[in-house]
Design a protein around this ligand. Structure first.
Ligand SMILES: Nc1ncnc2c1ncn2[C@@H]1O[C@H](COP(=O)(O)OP(=O)(O)OP(=O)(O)O)[C@@H](O)[C@H]1O
Ligand SMILES: [Mg+2]
Length: 239
């Protein structure tokens, strides 16, 4: 479904990602793991064409993904969002609907219903008129989750969605992941703090500039793979 072949990225001549190839099938929740600076965010951005790739091909349903970016909902890492930008929670979610309504048109009734349903699903409808900068970290994350739902995409990319949120919000996010998976969507989720949540994922990509391992939990979380990615052994990973 999503096929990434030989993806490589340089930043000012320095290699951040090298020869990454993998395939994702529909109805999978895939965890992307690796240490700080491993190139996890870089990989998502390069797949989306937000930064130039040095080489590589990205196809979705056998066609170039760049021609069908509306099929991908992307929630960036918190540190990359400008939280002071003056926009309400409602309008953040409505941004996902521009493909359906066009930039300069009034939102359709259908878009308003989709936005309301998405905000309700994450428990944020009551706070829809708040400025995004006036919400807590967990509330902001919920709004961005709602935005991804409102896009009605096929592929979902989440960059560290669990950073700075409480247990309740984490549960909301995992229950939405399960719903998306059940209707055949594909999710790529960067998370370096998997902890107890390993069982929520179907497969993993272990990254450190290169793809060190990919596949099931048993296949990826071997002592040798973890040693190669992190440079030390993490006992709890193997358990
Ligand atoms: N815009 C940029 N210009 C130059 N170098 C960059 C840029 N963005 C990232 N890098 C470098 O590329 C490497 C990969 O960064 P990236 O943000 O993809 O890592 P990551 O795996 O997402 O890390 P983290 O877990 O800290 O989010 C790092 O060494 C980083 O310093
Ligand atoms: Mg990152």
């Amino acid at each position: 479904m999503l096929e990434v072949q030989h993806l490589a990225v340089n930043y000012r001549g320095v290699c951040a990602l090298e020869n990454v190839s993998f395939r994702l099938e529909p109805g999978q929740v895939v965890g992307v793991i690796g240490p700080n600076g491993a190139g996890k965010s870089t990989m998502l951005k390069a797949i989306l064409g937000l930064i130039p790739a040095r080489s590589g091909v990205v196809k979705f349903r056998a066609r170039s993904l760049k021609q069908q970016l509306q099929q991908v909902a992307y929630v960036p890492q918190r540190s990359q969002i400008d939280w002071d930008y003056p926009i309400t929670a409602w309008n953040v979610v409505m941004m996902a609907r521009t493909r359906h309504t066009g930039w300069f048109r009034q939102p359709t009734c259908q878009s308003e219903e989709v936005v309301a349903a998405a905000l309700r699903r994450v428990g944020m409808l009551d706070l829809r008129k708040r400025q995004i900068g006036e919400l807590s970290g967990g509330q902001q994350q919920r709004v961005f989750l709602a935005r991804s739902l409102a896009q009605e995409a096929e592929l979902f990319f989440f960059d560290e969605p669990f950073v700075g949120i409480d247990k309740k919000t984490e549960e909301v996010i995992f229950s939405i992941f399960a719903e998306l998976k059940a209707v055949g969507k594909t999710l790529l989720v960067i998370s370096h703090d998997l902890g107890e949540s390993l069982s929520q994922y179907d497969n993993f990509l272990l990254l450190n500039k290169q793809l060190i391992a990919t596949g099931s939990r048993q296949k990826v979380f071997t002592a040798a793979n973890i040693q190669e990615a992190y440079g030390y052994n993490l006992n709890w990973f193997a358990s």
